[in-house]
Design a protein around this ligand. Sequence first.
Ligand code: URA
Length: 252
Amino acid sequence: MREKRKPAEERTLKTLERVLSKAGLASRTIARGWIGAGRVAVNRRTVRDPDHWVDPHRDRITLDGKALRSAAKTYILLYKPKGYLTTRKDPEGRPTVYDLTSGAGMWLSPVGRLDLDTSGLLLMTNDTDFAERIANPQHKAPKTYQLKAATLLSDEQIAQLRRGIELTDGPTRPAEVNRLRDRGKHTFLEMTITEGRNRQVRRMIDAVGSKVLKLVRVAIGPIRIGDLQIGKWRHLTNAELRVLMGPRDNAP
Ligand code: URA
């Protein structure tokens, strides 16, 4: 569908849907549902078009008759277990990360995603700017994984991972790779990558001729999962947030 043109002289305008999601109240999809259901009014008139332009500073926007207020910005760190989807709903009824975070008391969206079979650190927030910044590959937020490979890996295979691997969607950036141990027929590695491509770690290990048997994300930047129990979440500390947000002036 073609996007409606925004009048050039009205640069501060935003779509109604965006104003609701920016306020941290709902995902854009949910916001569209609320608007379509007639729950949102602009200057006392119900508006059912999510792409309706509004001036958030001048227009009086209400949800269920109450003035729109931004939700407090919330940032949590979840220890996602294997077997949980990083989506809101699953047509097959499998468990999702939302089953574990309802206690956070508000709508939160995952920052990036972890595969169904991957466990570990997942950030969730209602701050859409923060989420976009951390998930954006340009930001190069380092993500650290520990994995168990199906085979023993040679120094040459590890060197290939470090240099970067040619995948079907292009070469990966160089990775930091440390051999944690070899046990029986398996090598255990810690790998830090600065991209977040679909199934990237699994595809990199496939490309050097092995397979991932177990994958856990243990850190994003300096934020580590620590001793948080699997399936539990905690709020990020202010110090952790400051580090993740980084120097805004240098943002690309
Ligand atoms: N790489 C993967 O292969 N899977 C994940 O879930 C995350 C990174």
